[in-house]
Design a binder for this molecule. Structure first.
Ligand SMILES: *Cc1c(COP(=O)(O)O)cnc(C)c1O
Length: 361
């Protein structure tokens, strides 16, 4: 068996040791005589797993006690709608800062429930930069300001938390949570689908400053109410137990590897290896994002033409470098360098890139 280096944008690569542990525990978890996917979410056994995953995530990310942590299904996109339902009054203005594809998705999901103000939009510039903070047209009294911390498709990442004053800042951290130290206290809500940097698809993490639960939001079913989920420890209905367990194993792995400080170091190293290879290629490889906001997690880049792009995708796959084809919205190549992608993976990609250019440049 050989495991390739997997550059998939999501669902993405997981640590081999986590997969091995899950494999070893598949038929008989913790001596209970059944798989963890076969036992009740209300059992003491599962409740302990769930609580431990939450405690480990709190330690890993540094989540203060005045924040609730929810483990819910639905993916990040569902929460883009639920945020408006829970925290904006009917018709209330919400400010969106759009720096790529997922910011647009966030607006689409929230629009039925609030008045969307696009406070800043990088689309006219092809999403190659983040509009400067002093150009944002924020609304006094907005329900919240929404940003996408890392744009997974366009490869644009906030490198600082923007100051938006009194209005709570809500951020989609799906593709960069736990990739470096984060000051959670600067945010009202942080949410992330797990399948990029935290674990398997099927569970999302929603981190909510508890005072926001006092907002009445809008008429909604109980199952769409974050307060109800929080009151029932994310077990208002049957939670995605397998995904929660597997994410918990990933949290333990990240803590054992040295925590977010160590992943910040590795991610900076991996991304600079790839960006340096692009920038040193004399224009053979091209990344169009302004260097100050280049993503450390997802690197889209382009070759001179479609023929070379297709050849690059096919030959890299044959060389054991998986899923480098770019997202159809932007084309080209995309290398995702999440926490579980080792430094050797980035080095192997860079070696391949140099060799490919020598043969085709
Ligand atoms: C993948 C992704 C999403 C969508 O997540 P789903 O779980 O598929 O809903 C949203 N935002 C960002 C930044 C993403 O990377």
């Amino acid at each position: 068996m050989t495991r390739a280096f997997n550059f998939s944008a999501g669902p993405a690569t997981l640590p081999e040791s986590v997969l091995r542990q899950a494999q070893a525990e598949m038929l008989d978890w913790n001596g209970v005589g059944a798989s963890i996917v076969e036992i009740s979410h209300r059992s003491q056994d599962f409740i302990a797993v769930a609580a431990e995953a939450e405690a480990d995530l709190r330690q890993l990310v540094g989540i203060p006690d005045d924040y609730a942590v929810l483990f819910l299904s639905g993916g990040a996109t569902t929460h883009q709608a639920l945020l408006a339902l829970n925290f904006a009054a009917p018709g209330q203005v919400v400010d969106y800062v759009v720096t790529g594809h997922w910011g647009k998705t966030a607006i689409k999901q929230a629009k039925p429930y609030c008045t969307v103000n696009i406070a800043a939009d990088g689309e006219a510039g092809g999403f190659h930069d983040i509009p400067p903070r002093d150009s944002w047209k924020l609304t006094p009294g907005a329900a919240y300001v929404h940003i996408t911390a890392n744009e997974t498709i366009h490869g644009v990442e906030f490198r600082d938390t923007p100051d938006v004053g009194e209005v709570p800042l809500f951020a989609d951290f799906s593709s960069s949570i736990a990739s470096e130290p984060l000051d959670v206290s600067k945010y009202g809500v942080i949410y992330a689908g797990a399948q990029k940097n935290l674990g398997p698809v099927g569970v999302a993490v929603v981190i909510i400053r508890k005072d926001l639960f006092e907002r009445s939001g809008q008429p909604r079913a109980d199952i769409f109410d974050y307060r109800s989920h929080a009151a029932r420890d994310s077990m208002l209905n049957t939670p995605p137990t397998w995904n929660w367990y597997l994410a918990g194993l990933v949290f333990k792995w990240m803590l054992a590897e040295g925590g977010v400080g160590e992943f910040a170091r590795r991610n900076a190293l991996k991304s600079s290896l790839v960006y340096d290879a692009i920038d040193a290629s004399g224009g053979f490889y091209r990344n169009e994002v302004v260097p100050a906001v280049r993503s450390r997690m997802n690197i889209p880049f382009f070759l001179p033409d479609e023929t070379l792009t297709s050849r690059f995708v096919a030959e890299s796959k044959a060389a054991g470098l998986l899923a480098l084809k770019g997202h159809k919205a932007v084309g080209g190549i995309r290398a995702s360098l999440y926490n579980a992608l080792p430094v050797e993976g980035a080095q192997a990609l860079v070696d391949f890139m140099r060799d490919f250019q020598q043969r085709n440049g």
